[in-house]
Design a binder for this molecule. Structure first.
Ligand code: 5RP
Length: 217
């Protein structure tokens, strides 16, 4: 089984959480794309979706799935999204695709966050995957200095602008032993829009696809 097939299998298992009449929050990335394509086959069951990126919104609309603005939708029952890393505590690193801010907003507005991934994403300690931080452009060097002081290596994501018009700094070489503490700390730096640690609001369910089947945490 390829990594992509494992991603698709996890997306398929997440369909079990979709109930009639729901407005479903939709993540971003290749695993979320599988979920969108599978959701299209049962689109009559749900009322609408809320997208966490322009790319996901376009994919949903291409399937004829209704997409609402979050302020119109209000509280969501379910959010389904991928991750770059997850621990068994369901603390995540997200933002490999650069959509972390809207992803964190939609996750925060949802009662249940179901994270879907292939099993290569499961780690003991977060941080081998470079931690994305969305930053207001004028704060780039200020935030970079603070990252260095914390022990990480800041690298600007070249040629990338977020859906919100900001830059992404990817932090290499940072072992995140206390994800809640580090998330809160980085969130407080001036110029930081969002840090890609999802620990204060972790996933509620983690569905991992592997060559031997599905494991749910
Ligand atoms: C996008 C994300 C994605 O969920 C994450 O990058 C995983 O992507 P993929 O499903 O393609 O492996 O956080 O901002």
């Amino acid at each position: 089984m390829t990594q992509d097939e494992m991603k698709k299998a996890s997306a398929e298992a997440a369909l079990d959480y979709v109930e009639a009449g729901m407005i479903v929050g939709i993540g971003t990335g290749s695993t979320a794309n599988h979920f969108i394509d599978l959701l299209a086959k049962v689109k009559g069951k749900i009322d609408a979706t809320v997208a966490s990126s322009v790319a996901s919104e376009e994919r949903l609309k291409s399937h004829g799935i209704p997409v609402l603005d979050l302020n119109t939708a209000g509280q969501l029952s379910l959010y389904v999204d991928g991750a770059d890393e997850s621990t068994k505590h369901l603390h995540l690193i997200k933002g490999g695709g650069g959509a972390l801010t809207r992803e964190k907003i939609v996750a925060g507005a949802s009662e249940k966050f179901v994270c879907i991934a292939d099993d290569s994403k499961l780690v003991d300690v977060l941080g081998e995957f470079p931690l994305p931080i969305e930053v207001i452009p004028m704060a780039q060097s200020l935030v970079a200095r603070q990252i260095t002081a914390l022990g990480g290596k800041p690298i600007l994501r070249q040629g990338f602008t977020t859906d919100n018009g900001n830059i992404i700094i990817d932090v290499h070489n940072l072992e995140i032993i206390n994800p809640v503490e580090i998330e809160q700390k980085i969130n407080q730096w001036a110029g930081v829009v969002t840090v890609g640690i999802f620990a204060c609001r972790p996933a509620d369910v983690l569905i991992l696809g592997s060559s031997t089947g599905i494991t749910t945490y």
